[in-house]
Design a protein around this ligand. Structure first.
Ligand code: EPU
Length: 418
């Protein structure tokens, strides 16, 4: 397994650019299934999850090719509507093909993803919504077999929680459905707006994406598209915290600061100076951050995928922070690794109390998921001595060239393919 090796103690300085959002491009790749022909998606990061989604589409008969940061996807006239367990296990986001496959083929065979390192992660809202649109599901030896007679039917779907994935599956399914689909209590994440904007360029009729009520009027056919992915706010936010935790001075370019409003506000509360402009932000970290409290919430609240990185910062803060995780029941697994580095953190169900320590000490630690891995690298930048973050393939799933970008900012960071 690859590892990222960090020698701490150097403030990071300079400019770093971010690429397209992982959590937009994966869904946009699934959206191409809705229209045969050649699609071009640009600003695509060369990360493991994009490769895995390429394999999922490939299994269905599509051809994908990433050239630099431009991805070409060729969708054939007829698809094999199946996502097998080895691919779904490798990347849970594969479940997003359910909506497009049912809409395009009237059938989908997708292995049930099960839980992952973040917890149980059920898909009942996805299935409930698609059932309301006329699909039937059966679980056959661990594979979800979905069918609909004729076209999916537009209807009103009220989500019990603004789930990102369920909103996206409804949105994708609704584009080719018969009549109007209304998603109530929809997720409002910028990635959903970007997906909707791509679907509109393909000929879909969508109103309200980015708000809690989305209306989709089904059309007969969609066309192949050329689309540029929005910047990855999580990549941008992670570099912002790299500046903060090292007391450095970092300018992040090709980003949208308004997508990180709450996270930047909290960084300011820790004592960071944050300047924002059109497509850029500058973060100057304090010598020692101040403690702050926060709770994770759907957009525009504090993003759960910025939580571990923020806790890495708060672990060296002056004072005690209390944080609440509202999205994932197993998100705190990385805390045990931070304890190995000398952090003082206690967790109780969905809360963590972080008593800031003056210094962290480098240690061998393991990345359990993408953001946990990023957080441990950030902690390593601040720690005395060497931190080896093992299982770094998790980090490679979401960040292109993480180690080399940090190294270009002056960090002693190296990616080892072990
Ligand atoms: N939920 C249900 N039932 C469902 C769907 C969701 O109970 O049918 C629950 C989940 O268990 C969770 C909450 O609702 O507690 C929110 O889950 P959501 O569906 O919004 O998340 P997701 O679509 O599975 C995406 C991102 C995650 C990100 C979340 C929240 C992708 C590929 N993944 O997941 O990103 O944490 O939204 O913003 O878009 C990451 O990039 O590291 C990552 C994990």
């Amino acid at each position: 397994m690859p590892a990222i090796v960090v020698e701490g103690g150097r403030p990071l300085r300079g400019t770093v650019g971010v690429l397209g959002a992982k959590n937009a491009v994966l869904k946009e790749m699934a959206a191409t299934l809705l229209a045969p022909g050649r699609h071009i998606i640009s600003n695509v990061p060369a990360i493991l999850d994009v490769e895995l989604m390429g394999r999922v589409l490939g299994h269905m008969g599509a051809h994908t090719k990433l050239d630099g940061h431009e991805l070409s996807v060729v969708i054939p006239d007829s698809l094999d509507p199946e996502a097998p367990i080895e691919l779904v296990r490798a990347m849970r986001a594969s479940i997003i093909v359910l909506g497009p496959l049912l809409a395009r083929c009237g059938e989908a065979r997708v292995a049930l993803p099960g839980g992952d390192d973040l917890g149980a992660r059920p898909i009942d809202f996805h299935l409930g919504g698609l059932e309301q649109m006329g699909a039937h599901f059966e679980l056959v030896h661990g594979v979800l077999v979905g069918k609909c007679e004729g076209k999916l039917r537009g209807t009103e779907v009220e989500l019990p929680f603004p789930s990102v994935g369920a909103t996206e599956n409804m949105l994708l399914a609704g584009t080719l459905a018969d009549g109007e689909t209304v998603i109530i209590n929809a997720a409002r994440e910028p990635e959903i707006e970007d997906l909707a904007s791509m679907l509109c360029s393909m000929g879909a009729h969508i109103e309200g994406a980015g708000s809690a009520i989305i209306r989709i009027t089904g059309v007969e056919n969609l066309e192949p598209v050329r689309h540029g992915v929005i910047p990855d706010r999580l990549e941008a936010g992670t570099y912002a915290i790299a500046g903060a935790i090292t007391g450095g001075d970092i300018t992040v370019t090709s980003c949208v600061p308004s997508h990180l409003r709450m996270e930047l506000l909290k960084l300011e509360e820790t004592g960071c100076e944050v300047e924002r402009g059109e497509g850029w932000m500058r973060i100057q970290g304090p010598e020692r951050p101040k403690a702050v409290d926060f709770a994770t919430l759907p957009f525009p609240g504090f993003h759960t995928d910025m939580h571990p990185q923020m806790v890495a910062l708060l672990s060296v803060a002056d004072g005690t922070s209390v944080i609440t995780e509202n999205l994932y029941d197993a998100r705190f697994r990385y805390v045990g690794e931070l304890l190995r580095m000398g952090a003082d953190i206690t967790t109780e169900w969905q809360h963590a109390v972080i008593r800031g320590v003056e210094r962290l000490s480098g240690a061998p630690v393991l990345a359990h998921d993408i953001r946990a891995g990023a957080a441990l690298v950030l902690a390593g930048l601040r720690a005395d001595g060497v931190t080896v973050v093992g299982d770094a393939h998790h980090i490679d799933r979401g960040y292109e060239g993480f180690a080399s970008k940090l190294a270009a900012l002056g960090g002693a960071v190296e990616h080892r393919a072990e």
